[in-house]
Design a binder for this molecule. Structure first.
Ligand SMILES: Nc1ncnc2c1ncn2[C@@H]1O[C@H](COP(=O)(O)OP(=O)(O)OP(=O)(O)O)[C@@H](O)[C@H]1O
Ligand SMILES: [Mg+2]
Length: 221
């Protein structure tokens, strides 16, 4: 069997609402699968039946008013399950794991967005997932106005399906999303070895090429 089938590698896609994460994860997974890699795609919050329950609590606009710390604890409960049951086993089984949002979203949303101490988020995260870090993270950067209008269009289109109610964050004010964007960009600057910031105003095909090239480069192809 070719070596390329046997690679454990952890990729995360991060960025604000409507920045194209799901679109690009599908493209990247398809391209890598076509090249012969074993690929698992997953998402946070969620990725396990238990985590999906928490996702529903967390992202649906049900009139709840979670404090920032409570949000982090919900997310981390889902992450604990996801890492233990899905991410670690897949990496141990030499898969490429591509995850839609991970720790950087917690830093950007609950830290920069909602004002929780970054050091508190870091230490809680460490207690839950230990030293696990993505090998490569793409930060899809888009002005929040553009991302929200894309997301709103998608939500309207999805109104019949199960994603329809996932609009709690879409409803927050633009300044919140500006802080989230700044958070992602700061993370990219702090960890340039791991993070690649991709201009998400670019077309889908061009973004997909940039993301695939950078991934193959890091994988050593
Ligand atoms: N590069 C792009 N240019 C223009 N439109 C795009 C681009 N990428 C994705 N879109 C469109 O924008 C919308 C949101 O894309 P997508 O669902 O991939 O983003 P997302 O980051 O996963 O959003 P969310 O955070 O809401 O899950 C979709 O309708 C998609 O077709
Ligand atoms: Mg998405």
């Amino acid at each position: 069997m070719s070596k390329r089938f046997e690679k454990s590698f952890f990729i995360t896609l991060e960025g604000g609402e409507g920045s194209g994460k799901t679109t690009q994860i599908n493209r990247l997974a398809e391209a890598l699968t076509g090249l012969g890699y074993r690929v698992l795609t997953t998402r946070e919050p969620g990725g396990t039946p238990e985590g999906e329950k928490i996702r529903a609590l967390f992202v649906r606009d049900t009139g709840m008013n979670w404090s920032p710390m409570a949000e982090v604890l919900l997310i981390l409960a889902a992450r604990a399950m996801h890492v233990e049951r899905v991410v670690r086993p897949a990496l141990e089984g030499k898969n490429i794991v591509i995850c839609d949002r991970f720790t950087d979203s917690t830093t950007a949303y609950q830290g920069y967005g909602r004002g929780l101490e970054l050091s508190a988020i870091d230490s809680l995260t460490k207690s839950v997932i230990g030293e696990l870090k993505p090998d490569l993270t793409f930060i899809l950067d888009l002005p929040p106005g553009a991302g929200l209008s894309r997301s709103t269009k998608r939500l309207a289109r999805d109104h019949q399906n199960e994603n329809a109610a996932e609009d709690r964050f879409e409803k927050l004010e633009l300044s919140f999303h500006d802080r989230v964007r700044e958070g992602f960009l700061d993370i990219g600057k702090r960890e340039p070895e791991r993070c690649i910031v991709v201009d998400a105003t670019t077309g889908v095909d061009k973004m997909a090429r940039i993301i695939l090239d950078a991934t193959l480069n890091k994988l050593g192809n």
